[in-house]
Design a protein around this ligand. Structure first.
Ligand code: BTN
Length: 275
């Protein structure tokens, strides 16, 4: 494995030197430690920070995951990044746009991993990035002031980059991995972040220009959930089981329920691939 010393430190100057975006990451805060980059980005939104502002931290002390979980965020090895969006879709398309943002963000992480490694990642609906049967990255979107002129969406991205599997908490060891663990070498986080921000910007522009049908096709091609028998835990605690059939026009998961054969759409939940 390459030494940590061979890789450039994660600084704003190093990232911006590689940045090929118009607005995303042009304002970039790289913090040594923060409770949650999403929390920090939401605060910056309140203070009037511009569209495309990015907050990155070397360590999070209270990293947030989906469905109220926490995100394991040890120092110096991974990517913890939040992007502030202020340019939202117009009111008549806002709900559809909001529902696609997390899925498109997962797609951006996946494409970035593909372009910097030889790995073949896949997505577990809605936005978990997997290598083989282990999770390598996740997305948590949060918003504030939707429906007001101060509306803002924060897209939080966590990628396990160079952390070694043995250092994961026990409950994660069998289900999580990192890019370094999968490739056998350490990955340059500066190059990874610059490419990720480019992917994000391109894909968000595309979504804003109202082409969700194309996004849906691309997403469906890399979503490993489609065609699988799945168990879905809903936020209510209820569970559903069935065959994941397809993605609907709003990014929801269409499920053919076991037993009844009834087709239903899941909007939010935690999916387990059964077979
Ligand atoms: C998930 O549960 O899969 C989503 C994880 C999202 C983690 C990222 S790390 C950067 C950003 N800040 C947070 O507090 N969470 C997100």
């Amino acid at each position: 494995m390459a030494d940590a010393a061979d890789l450039p430190p994660l600084t704003a100057a190093a990232v911006q030197a590689l940045l090929r975006t118009r607005s995303v990451g042009r304002v970039l805060h790289v913090l040594p430690q923060v409770d949650s980059t999403n929390r920090a980005a939401l605060d910056l939104a309140q203070a009037g920070a511009p569209d495309g502002t990015v907050v990155v931290a070397e360590e999070q002390t209270a990293g947030r995951g989906r469905l109220g979980r926490s995100w394991h965020s040890p120092p110096g090895e991974n990517l913890y990044c939040s992007i502030l969006l202020r340019r939202l879709a117009p009111p008549e398309r806002l709900a559809n746009w909001l529902s696609w943002i997390p899925l498109v963000s997962g797609l951006a992480v996946l494409r970035t991993v593909e372009s910097l490694t030889t790995l073949q990642p896949s997505l577990k609906w809605p936005n978990d990035v997997f290598v083989g049967s282990r999770k390598v990255g996740g997305v948590l979107c949060e918003s504030s002031g939707i429906g007001t002129p101060a509306a803002a969406v924060v897209v939080g991205l966590g990628v396990n980059v160079n952390v070694s599997r043995e250092t994961f908490p026990l409950e994660l060891q069998a289900i999580a991995t990192s890019l370094a663990a999968e490739t056998g070498h350490r990955i340059d986080r500066v190059a990874l972040l610059a490419e990720l921000l480019r992917e994000i910007e391109t894909r968000f522009e595309f979504l804003l220009s109202d082409r969700p049908a194309l996004v849906r096709d691309e997403y469906s091609r890399v979503c490993a959930t489609i065609g699988r028998q799945v168990l879905v835990r809903l936020a209510t605690g209820e569970t559903l089981q069935g065959l994941a059939d397809s993605i609907d026009a709003d990014g929801g998961l269409r499920l053919i329920q076991e037993g009844s054969g009834q087709l239903m759409t899941v909007r939010a939940g935690d999916v387990v691939h059964l077979r």
